[in-house]
Design a protein around this ligand. Structure first.
Ligand code: BGC
Length: 928
């Protein structure tokens, strides 16, 4: 009897649980970060996501509470801000509008929402802490060792220093309430408190031009400090502060550019300790600290690697009571010239570990480790040996043959780590102030054969979230996606580097103009690129000129249109993909200054023709080791490329001005755009043969894409592109400036099938050709396997062009509605190319998860879609009548949440709200 009752009760509760719609607020973030202790924005932007079991959920109102303590917030005492109930659908980037926030202020917050399908309870609590907002907050002094030490290689191809170890002990007498550490160690630092590392970031802080901007990191160290004796230890590495190459002030003979160096490494550290009694004390860097250069890291820099002598370790140096009598008093160092700021973008972390695919002996008695994947990071070793045995690790991306590494494409980067053993059982080690781009490692100096268990590849890059996934029925497409994924993560290092392996590793503006957009479908790169825009801003000359490499570790001021156009085009990507309204507004004056500078300095007859790189890296056909083509028939006039990109930037500027209500500016850019358009057509369009310039695909594609071609000529110009594509056997045949638009251009003008053919080619030149030749990442050159080593990285993302955008917006059909931003509206309009049977793609937008899973089943399309709460989608279904469509087995017209928008002979457009949908379309005529 009793058991029956329990069973009935259980069933009753269970069924209520099933029926009860659930609604909650999750994923709270402040300035995109969770529980971040270094917020500088005085009105930080708050975002949340809604989870709902009901379809078509839309937020109608929200309330945010912000308190100065967790206890107060638990009691709903919002002493910092109670927004009250705000009738609004905003759930992202809501500006804090409470009590003015001061340095160090801790803010605890939660939110609840009202929706058309019920109200949520309060969310879980998230917090943030304000950074140091005033220069006077700093009590710390810059310290270091202002001299070379014995063994340092002062001026050479590989300028490496021994790491500097700094330490200080401090006694804490009272009960600790909370403690926050603020650290800038330039070029790179690792900080330890009482023997334990602070945070789990590596290669910190983020890279900048230290003459302009100096980042510091904030960490909550409450749990690290204790009442009584404490010790703080910091290790400083070269990074980019102590330049890795120094040509005595002369330009680098190979690149012709001047290289920057800032001086010896230095540290600024301040720990703010708050006591239970309300008082505050600071532990900070000053002349009382001790330093030594006689620690185990004998030499370090990013290009050449790290040398470590385990016999020189001094156990306990970062714990209290260590005998530091042989250490020197630190030198007080000049502050770097740049402005100190709290770093908002993600630091680098160890994001994944790989087990080698194979370890084998070479004919020289060395061992080869094959990671099976071109990766970036380092090799952690796990080895035994005698004191003084030296293990040398040489890194390379490729092999000459199974026995020999190919290192020529590293140029002068030595990419070598050495570890001298202490001879005490199994020794585990990895470097901390270098990284390598590699798949293979040759190991020297082992007396017994190692196994795969003795090595671990640690993959390091910015701690950005992976937000996109893509698989399809085509293996080439899938492998290209994987290679792209690895290449992008290989080059996120606080700056978007061009390559991770040779003696370059700088951020070229041109490489990222459009690939940043494709990357944004796979990684949340919003803070990385917003940071890079700040880097570009401070790199701008007084007159408005922008360099081509930023941070300007290499000084390349060429004044061309295409590369610096990244400063205008990337903020548009941030606006579109992440609803970032702040970046283009902040940089608008700088962008305008550059536009005017280029116009005033270089325009003739209404055209800015100033160019340097042309349509960079067109696949050569004149010889296997040629780097790029010089064939005049295949290269595009750089002036045409420049003038068309300038036009495109004018259209973006006009839009940025309008969005800010700057009507005069909008009109000004518009007028100039009209002048450029007509001058461009006059100069470059051949009205007799209906093509632009010398009739390359890039010459025709750029004006076509940017809207410069007169309506009556559009079809003809597109036909020229089709002819050229056919001439090159349906292979990619543009350089990077054309490739940024090529896949979309083909698809938008009615040839998505051709785009698919180009994308899935396996013969030269194509992404598939790289794979056929063993690539696990994207190459810098279409002929990377045979091209000259001078410029031949195997981990370079620029040749991706607009391929990833095409994967998401066209193959998967996930695109942010151009009329809105940040995927508040989604346009789902996939192409269904012949030969492609299914696509499964997902994208974690700032509103939540978007999914598009489609599959052809003979003449039927099955399409499963997910849209997050507070967003809607316009969906194009391939049918000429809604009668051919069912959702969840129910005829379309009978599903209440689906609204019919429009139809023509090819498609039915519907609007859906949030939720999961399962569409089936019958009698599809594929390819129409
Ligand atoms: C870089 C490229 C860059 C080019 C410009 C190369 O060394 O790696 O990615 O666009 O220089 O000249």
């Amino acid at each position: 009897m009793r058991l029956q009752f329990i069973v009935i009760l259980f069933l009753f509760v269970g069924s209520c649980g099933l029926k009860q719609p659930s609604l909650e607020v999750v994923s709270l973030a402040v300035e995109g970060r969770e529980n971040f202790p270094g917020i500088e924005e005085k009105q930080p932007l708050l975002s949340w996501k809604i989870r709902s079991s009901s379809r078509a959920t839309e937020q109608t109102a929200y309330q945010v509470l912000v308190s100065s303590s967790g206890e107060k917030l638990a009691d709903n005492q919002a002493d910092l801000w109670d927004s009250g109930k705000i009738n609004s659908d905003s759930s992202i980037h809501v500006a804090y509008e409470g009590v003015a926030l001061e340095s160090y202020q801790r803010c605890y917050w939660k939110v609840r929402v009202w929706t058309n399908h019920g109200d949520s309870v309060w969310s879980a609590v998230n917090h943030w802490q304000m950074a140091m907002l005033h220069p006077e907050d700093w009590k710390a002094q810059w310290i270091g060792l202002d001299t070379f030490s014995a063994g340092d290689r002062p001026y050479d191809q590989d300028t490496r220093l021994a790491a500097r170890y700094l330490r200080k002990e401090a006694t804490i007498e009272k009960e600790i309430q909370a403690a926050t550490a603020y650290i800038s160690g330039l070029g790179l630092y690792e900080c330890y408190i009482n023997g334990e590392k602070v945070g789990n970031d590596v290669l910190t802080p983020t890279l900048t031009d230290y003459d302009k901007r100096v980042p510091y990191n904030a960490y909550d160290v409450t749990d690290r400090l204790k009442k009584g004796a404490n010790a703080i230890g910091v290790i400083l590495g070269n990074g980019r502060f102590f330049g890795m190459r120094d040509f005595h002030g002369n330009p680098n003979p190979m690149t012709g550019s001047r290289q920057v160096t800032y001086g010896f490494p230095r540290l600024l550290l301040q720990i703010r300790v708050e006591y239970r009694d309300g008082s505050v004390e600071y532990i900070h860097s000053d002349g009382s600290w001790k330093v030594t250069d006689q620690g185990p890291i004998r030499a370090n820099n990013e290009y050449d690697g790290e040398e470590y002598d385990a016999r020189m370790e001094f156990a306990g140096w970062d714990t209290p009571g260590f005998d530091d009598r042989t250490w020197k008093a630190v030198d007080l160092m000049d502050a770097p010239k740049g402005v100190l700021y709290s770093q908002p973008n993600e630091n680098i972390k160890i994001k994944e570990t790989l087990v080698p695919k194979e370890v084998y002996a070479t004919s020289r008695g060395t061992y080869m480790v094959d990671m099976g994947q071109n990766m970036v990071g380092w090799l952690k070793i796990n080895l035994k040996g005698n004191a003084g045995d030296t293990v040398k690790l040489v890194f390379a991306e490729r092999m000459k043959n199974r026995d020999t590494l190919y290192t020529e494409n590293l140029r002068y980067a030595r990419a070598t780590d050495t570890y001298v053993m202490k001879g005490e059982g199994t020794e585990q080690w990895h470097p901390i102030f270098t990284y390598h781009g590699f798949r293979y490692v040759e190991v020297f100096g082992l007396s017994t054969p190692p196994t795969v268990a003795d090595f671990e590849g640690q993959v390091v890059y910015d701690d950005v979230q992976t937000i996109g996934d893509f698989t399809s029925s085509n293996e080439t497409l899938n492998q290209i996606f994987k290679n792209a994924y690895w290449t992008i993560r290989s080059n996120y290092r606080g700056i978007p580097t061009d390559c991770p392996q040779r003696d370059e590793r700088v951020a070229w503006l041109g490489d990222r103009i459009m690939s940043s957009y494709g990357e944004s479908f796979i990684f949340d790169n919003s803070r990385l690129y917003a940071k890079w825009m700040d880097d570009i801003q401070v790199a701008q000359n007084e007159n408005g000129s922008l360099p081509d490499v930023v941070p300007a570790y290499w000084i390349v001021h060429n004044d061309n249109v295409t590369y610096p156009s990244a400063y205008i085009i990337i903020p548009e990507m941030l606006r579109k993909q992440f609803a970032d309204e702040a970046t283009y507004r902040k940089h608008y004056p700088g962008m305008k200054k550059w536009m005017n500078y280029m116009w005033d300095t270089y325009s003739t007859d209404d055209l800015v023709l100033k160019d340097v790189y042309g349509d960079w890296c067109v696949a050569p056909e004149e010889g296997t080791d040629v780097i790029w083509t010089n064939d005049p028939k295949r290269t595009t006039d750089g002036g045409l490329v420049a003038a068309s990109y300038y036009y495109y930037c004018l259209t973006l500027m006009k839009n940025f001005a309008s969005l800010q209500g700057m009507d005069e500016d909008a009109a000004y850019f518009d007028t100039r755009a009209q002048r450029v358009r007509s001058a461009f057509n006059k100069r470059f369009f051949h009205s007799d043969s209906l093509y632009y310039g010398n009739n390359t695909t890039t010459a025709n594609l750029l004006p076509l894409t940017f809207g410069m071609v007169e309506t009556e000529n559009r079809d003809a110009v597109f036909n020229r592109i089709l002819e050229k594509t056919a001439e090159y056997g349906n292979h990619i045949h543009t350089g990077i400036m054309g490739a940024m638009w090529y896949m979309r251009g083909l698809s938008d003008h009615g040839r998505p099938d051709l785009a698919y053919t180009v994308a899935t080619q396996k013969t030269y030149p194509s992404w598939g050709y790289m794979i056929e030749n063993g690539a696990t990442t994207i190459w810098e050159l279409w002929n990377g396997n045979t091209g000259h080593p001078l410029m031949n990285s195997w981990n370079h993302q620029m040749l991706l062009g607009d391929l990833l955008i095409w994967y998401y917006e066209y193959l998967a059909g996930i695109k942010s509605d151009p009329g809105q931003t940040g995927f508040k509206g989604v346009v789902m309009h996939p192409i269904f190319p012949e030969g492609l049977e299914y696509v499964n793609a997902s994208y974690q937008s700032i509103y939540g998860m978007i999914k598009s899973h489609w599959r052809k089943e003979n003449q039927t399309l099955r399409w499963q879609i997910t849209i997050p709460p507070n967003a809607t989608a316009r969906v194009s279904l391939p049918a000429n009548t809604e009668k051919a469509i069912k959702e969840g087995g129910v005829p379309l017209g009978e599903v209440p949440e689906i609204r019919l928008l429009d139809k023509d002979e090819h498609q039915v457009w519907v609007e859906i709200g949030s939720g999961d949908y399962d569409f089936v379309v019958a009698d599809v005529k594929w390819g129409e």
